[in-house]
Design a protein around this ligand. Structure first.
Ligand SMILES: [Zn+2]
Length: 407
């Protein structure tokens, strides 16, 4: 069902106030969820201080239809096979466990707990039929519709080049939405993010597609850290104006969300392909996928290691400067390359040490913790290499048979 808003917003606003009284006495249960969206729109627009759009789509969909829309979203931004390359890369560095079928399960894993979503390509709020969506949650999605009016979410999404850039962008948008959601949650105020995605880490319905912690934390970042970021901005000097500026020029990296004294020198996405030492005798290949994980997801990756505490992992991520993750294909080989750059030699060594720990667990082989340069063949017929030059750490995983592993 797609509904359109009449253009006489002031009248709607007045009716809406009356509607609150009616709904309490007469018609509470007869109001459809999209009627509630329409009734809430002017109120949310006024609280957020943005003009309400004249048209806002609203559709109730079955879970199967919703899955289709979400899958298209991934296909649109990444091309249809991108999730499979992402799976390959994330597995190689130990971010996603073998037990989780990333490509097949990523969307399926989100769906059981999805209560509402804003879809920029349709400029509509989509609601899975039969699931309870509170007014506060609908207010959250309406904020996205208001943002879309001047941020053009769909256009910007297509330009996002990396996981880290996405965390910066969505940290701003979700942080803003969570803040308004919290205002509508009174009197039974709960933590902002919980209603929309908090259950992702606890869901029981998704079964085999239950999201691993690393991915759940990726999805959670914009709601938790993003909310703190936006709160800090709004309560700071010229808060409203500063928020408006950020909407025009959104954060480019998770570091910008995390650090109050963020330095713009940190965290540039690098378009430059990774070069590897000649001695490693790796075949040239075509880059078919590239990403940048950023400070936050690098910390998440390390914290998946049993021998590294979450605190240690977060502190290791602190010295992050930039990184680039690639998948290359050639005629008979696939390679995953990951170069991380650090702010100091100490930070690079710190990361290298802990990353060796992560690799040891991921490949179930013993690796020398002190090795400055490291090569190993793994049980699955793979070859992995790790090297450091000054503040850069380079990791390679490949199935290439003639790669120069000599021992
Ligand atoms: Zn949201």
């Amino acid at each position: 069902m797609k509904t359109k808003l009449p253009s006489l917003l002031p009248k709607i606003s007045l009716l809406c106030l009356l509607g609150v009284i009616w709904s309490a006495t007469l018609a509470a249960e007869s109001q459809s969820v999209c009627d509630r969206v329409r009734a809430l729109l002017p109120k949310v627009a006024s609280v957020r201080g943005l003009p309400a759009p004249q048209r806002l789509g609203c559709e109730e969909l079955s879970v199967a239809e919703l899955e289709k829309v979400k899958r298209q979203q991934y296909a649109q931004s990444d091309g249809s096979s991108m999730l499979s390359y992402e799976e390959l890369a994330y597995r190689a560095i130990g971010l996603v466990p073998d037990s989780f079928a990333y490509e097949r399960c990523l969307v399926k894993g989100i769906l059981p707990d999805l209560l509402a979503t804003y879809e920029p390509s349709k400029r509509a709020i989509l609601i899975p039929a039969g699931r309870p969506a509170s007014d506060a949650l609908l207010a959250h999605e309406i904020v996205h519709a208001l943002q879309d009016r001047y941020v053009h979410i769909g256009v910007r999404e297509k330009k996002l080049k990396s996981t880290d850039q996405s965390l910066g962008f969505y940290g701003l948008l979700e942080g803003d939405a969570v803040r308004i959601q919290a205002i509508f949650e009174q009197p039974q105020r709960v933590e902002g993010a919980k209603a929309e995605v908090g259950a992702l880490t606890q869901n029981t319905e998704s079964g085999e597609c239950h999201l691993p912690e690393s991915i759940a934390r990726n999805f959670d970042f914009p709601y938790s850290f993003g909310a703190l970021f936006v709160d800090r901005i709004v309560k700071g000097e010229n808060g409203a104006a500063r928020l408006g500026e950020l909407m025009q020029k959104p954060p480019q990296t998770s570091s910008q969300i995390l650090h109050r004294l963020w330095n713009p020198q940190w965290g540039r996405y690098s378009d430059k392909p990774i070069s590897v030492p000649r001695a490693w005798r790796l075949p040239a290949g075509q880059v078919v996928y590239s990403d940048s994980l950023g400070e936050y997801m690098t910390g998440v990756l390390l914290s998946a290691t049993a021998t590294i505490s979450r605190a240690e992992a977060i502190l290791t991520g602190r010295g992050w400067l930039s990184d680039r993750l690639e998948v290359l294909r050639s005629k008979d080989a696939t390679q995953v390359r990951w170069r991380t750059d650090w702010q100091s030699l100490a930070a690079a060594e710190h990361f290298q040490r802990n990353f060796i720990g992560r690799l040891s667990e991921n490949y179930n082989i013993e690796l020398n913790q002190d090795a400055a340069g490291l090569v190993a063949s793994t049980a699955a017929g793979r070859w992995i290499g790790l090297g450091r030059r000054a503040e850069s750490v380079l990791f390679i995983a490949t199935n290439h048979s003639s790669t120069a592993y000599r021992k």
